[in-house]
Design a protein around this ligand. Sequence first.
Ligand code: SAH
Length: 348
Amino acid sequence: MEKTDLKNFDLVELEAYLARHGKERYRARQVFKWLYQKGAVSFEEMSNLSKELRRELADAAWISTLEPEAVEVSEDGTRKYLFRLADGTTIESVLIPEEDRNTLCISSQVGCALACEFCLTGTFKLTRNLSTAEIINQICAVKREAEVKNLVFMGMGEPLANLDNVVRALRIITCDDGLQFSTRRVTVSTAGLVPEMDLLGQAVTVNLAVSLNATTDAQRDRLMPVNRRYPLKELIAACKRFPLPSRRMITIEYVVIDGVNDSLDDAKRLVKLISGIPCKVNLIPFNEHEGCSLRKPTQRAIDVFHKYLLDKHFTVITRSSRGSDISAACGQLKGRLEKKGKGEPSQP
Ligand code: SAH
């Protein structure tokens, strides 16, 4: 019989699993603390469980982990982790250090099916969804060597296309007996899968970022084919009804692309579109990559766009590109070492 990976369970599921094996439910909290707060990788370590229980668990279950196959460190301190999964595919996570908080950007799929024109991951198509354990283990691995304050689902993949595993991972991430992240510090970013946005909001409390990137359907259809399924009107309505705890805001992400969506008219349309949404705006200058003819905007275009939003009283951040020298910037992640066998050296 195949052993059960306990990292695929949220707390309620682990309780049910233990109950099915005739164990007390409260043991689940103990096991969770070992897995997520003490970083246990074996049952032997779980010293407050009886020897017998530890042995029984070891017979029926196992604890998966991920070890980075390579770590690249950028000049600005950004660290890119490459993980090889059991089936040989690879994913990446990026740790972005900031003065008082590190933000970890994690992947939710191997590849992505959405094929956004500006995104490198999209060119690799979708290989598969990540399991809950594979999502969680990116965090566990990075936590072993650095503090992680904030978590963003902005790596490879569309998190809401892998909703069940992402929701289960979010439960583990925010669980008091689990990874103990405040829900304020966790953000799921979506290209705009409308039905799943509703389901996410019903299932968990989490910050939402929406990659808008365009202000007309014609423009967005071209940049993000998912818009043909869920056009702007539906997407904006879904943002408006997304359940936000008081004083929280949706993040509207807008990749600024030279000559495509960076004019003052675009800024004006953007303001009209999002005016009914409690939101802040992240402007992300397009990161150029091979095989994509789009270009990054001029500083002047960004400044004009940024200022217009500010003048309209929006909270705006123009994201500085971090880790671009190691291809760790927004939308540049891909399983580079895939199919190459053992990878490149782990030092910069
Ligand atoms: N699928 C999700 C999360 C992954 S993409 C989503 O679409 O939100 C994370 C962010 O990177 C998105 O806002 C996306 O618009 C942005 N992005 C993708 N490619 C980029 C590029 N080449 N330059 C700048 N930002 C990019």
